[in-house]
Design a protein around this ligand. Structure first.
Ligand SMILES: C[S@@+](CC[C@H](N)C(=O)[O-])C[C@H]1O[C@@H](n2cnc3c(N)ncnc32)[C@H](O)[C@@H]1O
Length: 262
């Protein structure tokens, strides 16, 4: 048993071993399966012990317990989709950070459209918070913004708060003053947001050749190739344009990124 564990720990993950999150069975729960908690011996013995005490005492304990458990569950059950932290999501956001940082103006004022949990804003600030005056995360889904506020809280409190997340439709939002506009969710929304970007603003767009309209991809505005993606969002100057292949066997895909000035 101990030996098995050693082998498991010493074996480094290699290509093919990693199951991308989107292939995970969707029914794993931190409270079930192999991750079972140790037997709750107190619950097992508690009723016997309590029988020796008064009924009122028992009632008080139950009431306090329900109150406490309810409180905890409200905190723990904030649902965040683990797909957001998958290998593909993480690596494509790191690619974006690595690339865009060289083009950023000083004290950049950035808006991230369709930000989901704003992992990108979190990464940008974690890497180098001095590069940014402010980052605004925008998502149309309230549960995404709730998650974004949890993830980004480390940059949200106090006098030097640098990030804010708002629940808004990117396609109708006034983007004036944002000299850096990032959208890695163009396959999920209309293209109207681009009309509201200031001329000359730095724009970074990422999308992929996934066209699947079903869960978990939910693509509504597909970008089958990088050329048609650039045609959709015409720039006065292109600074960077590349494609990265994400090899997940039958779930492989290409992700394109281009950065330019509108
Ligand atoms: C699920 S994420 C996928 C992200 C993207 N594929 C990526 O790799 O970063 C897409 C996000 O866009 C958001 N979204 C879709 N339409 C939007 C709109 N009109 N305005 C703002 N956010 C939008 C969704 O709520 C969702 O959180």
């Amino acid at each position: 048993m101990v030996e098995n564990k050693r082998v498991e720990l010493l074996t480094s993950p290699c290509k093919g071993d990693v199951i991308p999150f989107h292939q995970f069975p969707n029914n794993w729960s931190s409270r079930t399966d192999s991750n079972r908690r140790p037997t709750d011996y107190k619950s097992v013995t508690l009723p016997t012990e309590l029988l020796e005490h008064s009924f009122i005492y028992l009632l008080t304990i139950i009431t306090v317990s329900i109150f406490f458990v309810n409180g905890c569950c409200t905190q723990l059950n904030t649902n965040m989709d683990v797909l957001s932290f998958s290998h593909g999501q993480t690596q494509s956001k790191l690619w974006l950070c690595d690339t865009i940082e060289q083009y950023l103006p000083e004290n950049a004022v950035v808006v991230i459209l369709g930000c989901w949990y704003n992992m990108l804003g979190f990464m940008l600030l974690t890497r180098n918070r001095d590069m940014y005056q402010h980052i605004l995360g925008v998502d149309i889904a309230l549960e995404a913004i709730t998650g974004a506020d949890i993830l980004c809280q480390g940059f949200m409190l106090g006098n030097n708060a640098q990030i804010r997340n708002v629940c808004k439709d990117a396609d109708t939002l006034n983007l004036q003053g944002h000299r850096v506009v990032i959208n890695t969710s163009v396959e999920h929304m209309r293209d109207d947001w681009f009309d509201n970007v200031d001329p000359g603003a730095l724009v970074c767009i990422q999308s992929s050749d996934v066209t699947d309209q079903k869960e978990p991809w939910l693509v509504t505005n597909p970008c089958p190739d990088s050329v048609s993606l650039q045609d959709r969002f015409p720039m006065s100057e292109i600074l960077f344009a590349e494609t990265k292949h994400f090899d997940y066997g039958s779930s492989s895909y290409n992700r394109y990124m281009f950065i330019g000035r509108k």
